[in-house]
Design a protein around this ligand. Structure first.
Ligand SMILES: [Zn+2]
Length: 72
């Protein structure tokens, strides 16, 4: 049996959405959102998609890629 796709081990758990939102603001990363985990029934912070997560990690390390910045 495969492990569940949405593995939440290692993720910070919050008892409610407000806690997740506070955590999200501290991270100050774009493309993140709080969601209720169907597995542990707690709230996590997630990236809207995997590419965003990788890019925001790169942004912190080497600075944002101008090509990926949203158009204002
Ligand atoms: Zn979870």
């Amino acid at each position: 049996m495969k492990p569940p796709r949405d593995d939440c081990r290692g993720k910070k758990r919050h008892h409610n959405r407000a806690g997740a939102l506070i955590h999200m603001r501290k991270l100050q990363e774009p493309g993140m959102h709080p969601y209720k985990c169907p597995q542990c029934r707690k709230w996590h912070i997630g990236h809207t998609n995997r590419a965003d997560g990788i890019q925001s990690r790169l942004n912190r390390l080497i600075g944002p890629d101008p090509k990926t910045l949203p158009q204002h």
